[in-house]
Design a protein around this ligand. Structure first.
Ligand code: FPP
Length: 258
């Protein structure tokens, strides 16, 4: 499959494109099982789907893409699967940084990486440093991440300062402080849960659930999610009349509020 080069015909209008998309990439195991393959084959195919999604986000002008690659609860999986996921993560970091740079993609990794082995930790730091000058798309991989962990570590950091306990004060210490909150949250694989992902940041995100298994998620599936987003009215607690009167009607053709 070509990397960073897929073309798609019907393009949504730029005003309908979410600035930030967050994805729970679920369904790798089931995709493999349906084909009598080991679960790991599903994860390997999932990396291909992630590359396709990065490519499509670049084409559509999405500025931030955040994906849940490994949750703090995933350590409970069989050790063999955990080990293979770590190897896959290592391989992605070793192989993809050059292409990320060619396409202006800045890589961030959020989560408690201290539990990963030193080689992986160093690769993460190196990949972040090597792509730090890029601005076209921020690709964030959440690894050993949990939304509760994130809020707790932010609260601990805030308590070590003299700053006031305000939402803005706490937000500054969250691991996604560099990004606007996600406009659109997508979960593949048929489950309708947030599963401890970006708990703070998803407060006003539009949610899109699809039965498509992650390895089968492609540009058309992403466009479908974007089209669903474009039809929502984002009210942020206000009434529909207020939103329409103000001419800032969420994503429905109007200017978006992030
Ligand atoms: C959920 O599917 C997927 C994961 C826990 C891992 C996601 C990993 C990838 C897409 C590949 C690795 C990505 C990087 C960046 C290295 P599941 O295993 O829970 O599927 P199931 O629900 O069908 O069992």
């Amino acid at each position: 499959m070509a990397f960073f080069s897929k073309n798609h015909s019907a393009s949504p209008a730029p005003s309908q494109i979410p600035r930030h998309i967050a994805i729970i990439m679920d369904g790798n195991g089931r995709w493999a099982k349906k084909r009598f393959m080991p679960r790991f084959a599903g994860h390997a195919k999932g990396v291909e789907a992630l590359k396709t999604t990065v490519s499509h986000c670049l084409e559509r002008g999405v500025e931030y893409l955040t994906v849940f690659a490994f949750s703090s609860e995933n350590w409970q999986r069989p050790p063999e699967e955990v080990g293979l996921l770590m190897q896959l993560f290592t391989k992605v970091l070793q192989q993809e940084v050059t292409r990320l740079n060619q396409h202006g993609v800045r890589l961030h990794v959020v989560g408690d990486v201290s539990r990963f082995d030193k080689t992986l930790q160093n690769l993460i730091l190196q990949a972040e440093a090597d792509t730090a000058g890029n601005t076209r798309l921020h690709l964030t991989i959440a690894a050993n991440y949990g939304g509760r962990w994130d809020m707790l570590q932010a609260a601990q950091k805030l308590s070590e300062t003299d700053a006031a306990w305000t939402e803005e004060g706490l937000r500054r210490h969250l691991s996604m402080a560099f990004a606007p909150d996600p406009d659109l949250f997508i979960r593949t694989g048929g489950e309708q849960r947030v599963s401890n992902f970006l708990l703070w940041q998803l407060a006003y995100s539009e949610l899109h659930f699809t039965d498509t298994l992650w390895p089968e998620f492609d540009g058309a599936a992403l466009d479908e999610a974007i089209a669903s987003f474009a039809n929502r009215e984002r009210r942020f607690g206000r009434t529909s009349d207020q939103v329409q009167g103000a001419g800032v009607g969420g994503s429905k053709g109007g200017e978006k509020i992030c």
